[in-house]
Design a binder for this molecule. Structure first.
Ligand SMILES: [Zn+2]
Length: 64
């Protein structure tokens, strides 16, 4: 949702690790995150951080 490749329009994007000065220092300043298109194999910057792995307060109490 909200994530689509600007080149082919595919939504098969995955978050990739920031690489280089721009992606590490520049883009985060504007709230952009690097994504890689599964079809084009290009890295695109999107204002979407991805919410697959959101931190949930999972309390695993084995023996408190
Ligand atoms: Zn694409």
């Amino acid at each position: 949702m909200g994530v689509a490749c600007p080149k082919c329009g595919s939504d098969h994007l995955r978050r990739v690790k920031r690489e280089g000065f721009l992606q590490v220092k520049f883009w985060p300043f504007f709230g952009y995150y690097p994504w890689e298109c599964a079809h084009c194999r290009i890295t695109v910057m999107l204002r979407h951080r991805g919410e697959r792995k959101r931190k949930q307060p999972v309390e695993a109490k084995d023996s408190a």
